[in-house]
Design a protein around this ligand. Structure first.
Ligand SMILES: [Zn+2]
Length: 244
């Protein structure tokens, strides 16, 4: 079977907003693309629905949250992202609903991105592993919030807070999708994506006995190399892109 050929990601944009559930969600792949984008002078902002405070078994949430927030900010800085915001939904029990959509729509209105990035919103990872409820909720709410951000009547309270509608989002790109349509060459960004994931050191050391750097490198290299056969042999980060 000839693999489906992925298109290069659109490049004619200046601002992106990446919205995910947890610290580390963007570092398991998308960060190599983020590095490529910021190298090109584009601005990328991260919005995290939670602080990932339920992510480490040995650390109670109140101790875990500041550690993971710090690691996320360091990890974003490695790929040229200076603005990292947290919505403070509760890790593990993030609910899809109008509250989450409104929070994300508010961020879209504040930052006025042309590209929105999120993580796999579907039930499974490629039909193999079950996805988490937080990823499903945040991914779906992000895809929905793009339209909410542009409609002044859906959340009129945002307008009253001075957040004017923004209908300038042209694409939403879903990382980790099993139905990718586009890709970003990861050659330039791969090494920084490894260091970016490595910044989540507390999380990774609790997750695996493997040497953290080797763990990060093996995972990310394997991922971008697996995508190469659909992208002219070049290592790549893949996205499912929805145009708006
Ligand atoms: Zn996650």
């Amino acid at each position: 079977m000839t693999p489906q050929r992925l298109e290069p990601m659109p490049g004619d944009w200046q601002r992106a907003l990446a919205v995910v559930a947890h610290p580390d969600d963007l570092e398991y792949g998308a960060a190599a693309a983020v590095a490529e984008w910021t190298d090109g002078g584009r601005e990328v902002v991260y919005l995290l629905a939670s602080r990932g405070e339920a992510g480490i078994d040995t650390l109670p949430p109140e101790e875990c949250a500041p550690v993971r927030e710090r690691e996320q900010r360091a990890s974003a800085a490695v790929v040229g992202v200076r603005t990292v915001e947290f919505l403070d939904h509760r890790d593990g029990v993030i609910e899809y609903g109008t509250g989450l959509r409104r929070d994300i729509a508010a961020a879209i209105r504040r930052h006025r991105p042309e590209l929105v990035v999120t993580l796999n919103h579907r039930d499974t990872w490629g039909g193999v592993a079950w996805n988490t409820p937080d990823h499903r909720a945040v991914g779906r709410a992000t895809l929905d919030a793009v339209a909410d951000a542009g409609n002044r009547w859906i959340f009129p309270e945002l307008g009253e807070q001075g957040l004017q509608p923004w209908d300038g989002v042209r694409w939403t790109a879903v990382a980790g999708s099993d139905r990718p349509t586009h890709a970003v060459d990861a050659t330039a960004g791969l090494e920084r994506s490894v260091r970016s994931l490595l910044e989540h050191r507390t999380y990774i050391e609790a997750l695996t006995q493997e040497d953290p750097e080797r763990y990060c490198r093996t995972f990310l290299t394997g991922m971008v190399e697996a995508a190469a056969e659909q992208f002219g042999g070049r290592p790549a980060v893949t996205f499912e892109v929805f145009a708006h």
